[in-house]
Design a protein around this ligand. Structure first.
Ligand SMILES: Nc1ncnc2c1ncn2[C@@H]1O[C@H](COP(=O)(O)OP(=O)(O)OP(=O)(O)O)[C@@H](O)[C@H]1O
Length: 289
């Protein structure tokens, strides 16, 4: 897993951005889930190629799970989907990523647009610990330079926390620090922080791996509830979780010494119950990885 850099420098997943933009108050929420298409994406760290021509269509308003053994490039692929890969100095990539048909790497397009439209939730819950719960929700807006009128702030805090399944647990203590919450609540706070920016896609890198089973189930329910409004791509090592939450699955594999590829992808029930490739069958049935 390679999120250290981003977690250290940008816990919201929207940096680096320049606070030079003043957007209007966000419009009322409607489903703005977008499609993502990865088209022959390759990636390198220095001379080392870690992904080879990976193509994947990610449908709007659905949950797509990326599965596969450690080191096969799932996190790298996820980070390419919102231009975080380029934060690593030695990182390079080839290919295209299109958000509703528009290349997010088009030099004419601003990095901030991709980062606002495509949010990220990391493995380890990373709220700003000393910041209040309410301010944590608004933190992504501040980082993207999005201004919001004070009366609208409260509505957005309630809406985002409600969508993240946390409102009822925190509505009476919004001024308490984010660190006062349990791990599972902190992760839902991070989801609320991402949702407050109104992303069209939400990338989740093993979002439950630091959580206990009960918190995991609550986050999974949250994923199910928000998926109609925001396209979700989730990396998970938990095969049961992939089956519970996703509509489609992509199985990544890097054979020894070679870059990661997608061996098979398709509807989750097919990938798990009737995989076309023996390697997929072996992996989803726990025979390796
Ligand atoms: N910042 C980095 N610098 C150099 N190599 C990296 C970096 N991040 C990842 N890699 C390498 O790229 C390859 C793919 O890593 P990645 O984290 O994408 O795999 P993964 O499938 O997400 O693994 P895991 O399931 O363990 O998180 C690995 O060989 C890894 O060592």
């Amino acid at each position: 897993m390679s999120a250290e850099l981003s977690e250290a420098t940008d816990p919201t997943g929207v940096l680096p951005v320049f606070v030079d933009e003043v957007a209007a108050t966000p419009a009322p929420r409607v489903s703005t889930a977008a499609t993502l298409e990865a088209d022959r994406v390759s990636a390198w760290f220095g001379q080392r190629k870690v992904l080879d021509r990976v193509s994947l269509d990610i449908p709007a308003g659905r949950v797509t799970a990326l599965i596969g053994p450690s080191g096969c490039g799932k996190s790298t692929f996820l980070r390419i989907l919102n231009r975080m890969h380029e934060l690593v100095p030695s990182a390079q990539l080839a290919g295209e990523v299109r958000l509703d048909g528009q290349d997010i790497y088009d030099p004419e397009r601003r990095l901030t647009d991709a980062r606002k439209a495509i949010g990220m939730v990391f493995q380890k819950p990373n709220p700003f610990p000393a910041m209040s719960i309410a301010d944590n929700v608004l933190a992504g807006l501040k980082i993207t330079g999005t201004k919001i009128a004070r009366p609208d702030r409260e509505a957005l805090i309630e809406e985002s926390l409600t969508r993240a399944g946390l409102w009822n647990e925190v509505k009476d203590r919004l001024k308490q620090p984010g660190s006062a919450l349990s791990g599972g609540q902190q992760q839902r706070l991070c989801i609320a922080r991402s949702l407050a920016v109104r992303p069209r896609v939400l990338l989740m890198d093993e979002p439950c791996s630091a959580l206990d089973p009960t918190s995991t189930r609550v986050v999974e329910e949250t994923i199910g509830e928000i998926a109609a409004d925001v396209t979700i791509v989730i990396v998970t090592h938990n095969m049961q979780q992939a089956q519970r939450v996703s509509d489609q699955c992509a199985f990544f594999l890097a054979a020894q010494g070679t870059p990661g590829v997608i061996v098979e992808h398709g509807p989750t029930d097919v990938v798990f119950e009737n995989p076309q490739d023996q390697r997929t069958s072996d992996y989803v049935n726990g025979r390796f990885g």
